[in-house]
Design a binder for this molecule. Sequence first.
Ligand SMILES: [Zn+2]
Ligand SMILES: [Zn+2]
Length: 191
Amino acid sequence: MRTEETVVTSTITILNATTLSASPLRDILHEVEKNLRCSVSLQKHSLDIEKTFDTSRGQYYSTAILTQVMKRAPVSTKCVALVDVDVFIPVLSFVFGEAQFGGNATVVSTHRLCNQFYGMPADESLHVQRIAKEIIHELGHTYGLYHCRNFECVMRSSTYVEDIDLKKSSLCNECWQLFEILSLNNLKKNE
Ligand SMILES: [Zn+2]
Ligand SMILES: [Zn+2]
């Protein structure tokens, strides 16, 4: 059972490579901290995003960004590269994000998470919610969580932005229990 007393102490670093302003970034950080009960810090990035551009697709190669993050991520932290370019992996037309399963690094793209991409009016609060959900989801993979079939769980897989809107920002009870064990193991591993 999920209790308010549970505190998982682990550090997450977000490498911000977007043009998002301080206010939405603060809200995103707060959402991630609240749902994973971890401390999250924001850092300027030193990623070479342009190097990952694929001229034939006109998109950026997600795995190449992930590799750069893996090289920079300190062993004891989980590192999220937050980018605003459109990212892909070869078998899919696009991805919202990619994670190193059970590892330290993840990439999340805000590109397809804003309403304007779909020709709809801007909605900052919705944008923040979607980005936070994607970050929490990808971080879940880095801790070793698989996709969940629970309709509301943040670990449910999302193909379209509507799928992201349908789920919550939180882990379901089952995923939370697993997350607690996995994050403790992660802490021990890094001691
Ligand atoms: Zn996933
Ligand atoms: Zn779940």
